[in-house]
Design a protein. Structure first.
Length: 319
């Protein structure tokens, strides 16, 4: 079109900017944006947001701030720059943009809140992240499952699983229903600590049961809890996390029992599940069975990955 002295319309430029940015050609976004302006096409806020996002991806935060402050903008533009700072471990600078948003009459939302919470969790300041969330939610920003999950994961990462459990309970009470990601995070945290009993109790809660601490008997959850949990089902991630922990801390027979439960519940294994079983077989000296597993994986339409082959090779070198 340019060769024919035809200038594409703004929607066409935006489509190109979007595709370049989404495809990872972020350096070309800036070039294309400059060419669009040289052609006399006035960018809109969508154009600016794409450019700012591409700049934040590569860490050019100074230029991203420049476009933010000298072009059309909306709350998405600000959220993108806040994300850019948090992505680089500069959560304080991202948080500082909130005062600028207030001065310019730009409302922050749950996305703003979740970005900041994740930013502070990533640098280990989980309690400060919770403080920020509390203040923003208290100011009218709605709390959602994404924010809850981010905070739960943050506390699990720093070893404060009890606080993560408290947050889940608070979520139920405050109308923010934890989802399967919440529970998978808790299962993973307990498995990392080798506390398989608590990991199992979390899975039982997903299935609608609670274990009585004194008798050890599984009881039905209360009606209110069950109504919220009935849409939750363990995923392949849930089962795989448990299977991997069983392979490490218990016998391979228990791992296979879990594997069979997963299949019977209608969930098929993925390559990570099979790699975990492979590790368990090798760990417990069942090398003949381990050698057969890659072929079985192929029969299930799964391709063994580098973890699978590394496990076999490392055991072979030890024999």
């Amino acid at each position: 079109m340019r060769a024919l002295s035809l200038v594409p319309s703004l929607p066409l430029w935006n489509d190109l900017l979007y595709e370049f940015n989404a495809s990872g050609f972020v350096s070309q976004v800036k070039v294309l944006y400059s060419e669009m302006v040289l052609c006399g096409v006035v960018p809109n806020v969508f154009s600016v947001n794409l450019l700012v996002h591409s700049l934040c991806k590569v860490g050019d935060l100074g230029l991203a701030l420049g476009y933010l402050r000298n072009s059309v903008f909306d709350h998405v533009t600000y959220n993108t720059v806040v994300w850019g700072f948090c992505k680089r471990g500069l959560a304080d600078q991202g948080f500082g943009l909130l005062s600028e948003m207030v001065k310019k009459g730009v409302c922050f939302d749950s996305v703003t809140c979740n970005i900041l919470v994740k930013g502070y969790c990533q640098i280990g300041l989980v309690q400060y992240a919770e403080w920020i969330m509390g203040n923003l939610v208290g100011g009218g920003v709605p709390l959602d499952a994404i924010g809850l999950n981010t905070l739960v994961d943050g506390y699990c990462e720093v070893g404060l699983v009890s606080r993560a459990l408290d947050l889940v309970e608070d979520g139920w009470k405050n109308g923010v229903k934890p989802d399967i990601v919440t529970y998978n995070t808790l299962v993973n945290a307990f498995c990392k600590r080798g506390d398989l009993a608590k990991a199992e109790s979390v899975v039982n809660e997903i299935l609608g049961f609670r274990r009585d601490d004194e008798s050890g008997v599984l009881n039905d959850c209360g009606v209110e809890t069950w109504d919220g949990l009935r849409d939750l089902q363990p995923t392949v991630v849930t089962w795989t996390t448990l299977i991997a922990a069983y392979c490490k801390h218990r016998g391979i027979d228990d791992s296979f029992s879990l594997y069979e439960q997963m299949i019977m519940s209608g969930i098929m294994p993925d390559v990570v599940t099979c790699s975990s079983i492979l590790y368990g077989l090798c760990r417990h000296g069942k090398l003949a069975e381990a050698a057969m597993l890659p072929r079985e994986m192929h029969n299930m339409g799964l391709d063994p990955n580098h973890v699978s082959y590394t496990t076999i090779i490392s055991v072979g070198l030890q024999v």
